[in-house]
Design a protein around this ligand. Sequence first.
Ligand code: COA
Length: 371
Amino acid sequence: MSTTKGLEGIVAAESKISSIINDQLTYVGYTIDDLAEHASFEEVVFLLWFKRLPNKNELAKFDEELFENMTISNAIVEHFKSYDIHNVHPMAALRTAISLLGLYDSEADDMSDEANNRKAIRLQAKVAAIVSAFSRIRDGKEVVQPKKGLSYAANFLYMLNGKEPIDLEVEAINKALVLHADHELNASTFTARVCVATLSDIYSGITSAISALKGPLHGGANEAVMNMLLEIGEVDNAIPYIKDKMANKEKIMGMGHRVYKTGDPRAKHLKKMSKELTARHGMEKWYEMSIKIEDYIKEEKGLPANVDFYSASVYHSLGIKHDLYTPIFAMSRFSGWIAHILEQYENNRLIRPRAEYVGPQNQVYVDINKR
Ligand code: COA
């Protein structure tokens, strides 16, 4: 048997959801550039789940369904109040909250298509309410209910901040949600598929995926990028800081990608947004610092910036707490995870690879008193 560390280059599933070919990302055949410029997040969710763009009536109905499910029960609110919320990372809180949500859903184990579609809507709607409620409860504030007529992105910001966002803020969050929605067989999506390929339920699949996304080599990178920018502090410190990290063989967060070699097609959209937003809020230094780091790493290591790199300065200029960056990534990726979970159910086979055993052989059991 030969092994491929990290499963690099292994094609482990057929999928009709998204593809990465020649460093171009498409969702159901639409380029990410087209969608990032023109689509609402809700349209993209519909596209990923139903494999076509909705018409006006379908989108209105879909929006309505999302809105109607965008509340959380008192049990979740009380749960957030039941532990030391200041000492818990919101990704851990989200992981537990989604698992808890499954306990309260009487359809959790109903594997019919109809029930799974209803759970899909509930999960996608409730994640926005859960992330914002967590943040507000942590800040000692009242949970805010969603407002009818607002888009998914606008409602998230509304529930988070308790006031209606301006158009530029909605545009930034919508774009970020569209760009993060799906990404072929990334680590968390693969995790979700492995989980549900045992015919486990959708809540288990999503809970597993959140756990995988949490790590700094995956979704956790956006928060790590912001921590790095804050540590650097000033634009002039950027290159010496990076040189030092590289001399210590440390990885630079937000740089490099397993699949993209010439560049992550999502990064340029957030880079543009970062330039606009940081300028608007007098925070240009975060953008300038990011540019310096990106150019230097590209020159020195040939590594491109990935989607997480500029999302950090985008979210920072929107005043979003740094540890909410990865939950926002999760909120978007719920759509992709759900699409993949449903696709896995459609044509399932247990996912069970092999390992090459490299440990000791032919050992003989020794009684514990003789060891
Ligand atoms: N900073 C510095 N060097 C990096 C790097 C980074 N962010 N990412 C990769 N490299 C280097 C490695 O040190 C290694 O160099 P070497 O061959 O000289 O030892 C080489 O590039 C390959 O790295 P490897 O970790 O094996 O690549 P991978 O395909 O397994 O990892 C990532 C992909 C994304 C996990 C990796 O690029 C990374 O850790 N990036 C930072 C975290 C991040 O931003 N994650 C979000 C991804 S969207």
